[in-house]
Ligand binder design. Structure first.
Ligand SMILES: Nc1ncnc2c1ncn2[C@@H]1O[C@H](COP(=O)(O)OP(=O)(O)OP(=O)(O)O)[C@@H](O)[C@H]1O
Ligand SMILES: [Mg+2]
Length: 327
């Protein structure tokens, strides 16, 4: 669906040049909700902008829907871009145009017939829950509503891919959750592949099935969300994982596991897992556990003292009693 092969991007400056991407290899499959996470300056926006050729790579190949974008003429590239929608952190709406006009822009540029435009815009605004806002101006909308307009506009030309660059970073947690739900619905209902760039771990946790972690223009880890966050290798990945689970893990778990005295099994409404000597790799939010706890607990990690089965029994017991069990 989307493939990046050894993509490099160097921004040439007057005094020095910046290598924003260095040898990116990435494969996003049809139907994925693929997250790319990394700290500021990691190269995430540059990466997403190479996927619609807003940014031309300095070298390497970008393939979307079986087309190698670098080999297309400008006319072919314009056509290919219609199949790639994009939404932005700051929404990028035209303040002087109504919601209707903002959503209609790609269709007007396409030369679509007026009646068809009216019908499609109505359909899109209904889909994003803004059917009563067609005549409002962006300044009259909340942040979440503005992003819904951005989403409706991105869907206007029936894209097969939706690129989201920090689409929820300017929104409060509740609004973020509702926008993420909308993206999930777009993915399910229209089978649109979604690539999400974010520096917020909960975005990945909530809707992505696959993830890549970026640092200094490189992808340092990628794979299934469960695999990557169930057993993070790189320090940066571990840091991101800890941002979503640390607060939720009962303090006693950290105390016990930090003293190296043993292993603690615990469960609460969101989490189920085993903590082993301060390592948090085996603690995961429950909504990430689509398989089983065995997944979280590869036997080689528990060679000390307890068998996997006894740890599992403890985790289950902890779940029943609703309190951690110290081993
Ligand atoms: N147009 C540009 N010209 C020169 N350097 C640039 C340009 N755009 C980005 N860079 C540099 O490339 C690097 C990667 O930037 P990029 O915007 O891709 O990071 P990011 O991961 O999206 O960061 P953030 O989370 O802050 O949005 C940074 O060092 C940045 O300064
Ligand atoms: Mg960015």
């Amino acid at each position: 669906m989307i493939e990046l092969q050894n993509v490099h991007k160097v921004y040439a400056g007057k005094e020095k040049s910046v290598a924003a991407l260095t040898g990116i290899n990435l494969k996003v499959e049809q139907g994925d909700i693929f997250g790319v996470i990394g700290f500021s300056g990691a190269g995430k926006s540059t990466l997403i902008r190479t996927i619609n050729f807003l940014e031309r790579p300095s070298s390497g190949h970008v393939i979307v829907d079986n087309k190698e974008l670098g080999s297309l003429t400008s006319k072919q590239l314009r056509e290919a871009r219609k199949r790639i929608g994009m939404i932005f952190q700051n929404f990028n709406l035209l303040d002087s145009k109504t919601v209707f006009k903002n959503v209609a822009i790609p269709l007007i540029l396409n030369g679509t017939d007026k009646n068809q435009i009216a019908q499609r815009v109505h359909e899109l605004l209904t889909f994003v829950g803004l059917e009563d806002k067609a005549d409002s101006y962006p300044s009259e909308l909340s942040g979440g509503q503005k992003q819904r307009v951005g989403i409706a506009r991105a869907l206007a030309t029936n894209p097969s891919v939706l690129l989201c660059d920090e689409a929820t970073s300017a929104l409060d947690p509740q609004t973020t959750a509702s926008i993420l739900q909308l993206l999930e619905r777009i993915n399910r209902q229209y089978n649109i592949t979604i690539l999400i760039i974010t520096h917020e771990m909960h975005v990945i946790k909530n809707i992505c099935n696959r993830v890549a972690v970026m640092e200094n223009g490189e992808i340092i880890e990628q794979g299934n969300v469960l695999d990557v966050f169930g057993n993070p290798q790189a320090m940066t990945t571990k840091n991101f994982v800890s941002t979503v689970i640390h607060d939720e893990v009962p303090p006693i778990i950290w105390t016990v596991s930090a003293t190296h005295r043993g292993i603690a099994a615990f469960s609460n409404s969101n989490l189920l897992g085993i903590a082993l000597k301060s390592h948090y790799y085996s603690i995961l939010p429950k909504n990430l556990m689509c398989k089983s706890i065995y997944y979280l607990l590869p036997p080689q990690r528990c060679k000390a003292r307890r068998s996997t089965t006894s740890l599992l029994n403890c985790a289950e017991q902890s779940h029943r009693l609703n309190k951690p069990i110290i081993l």
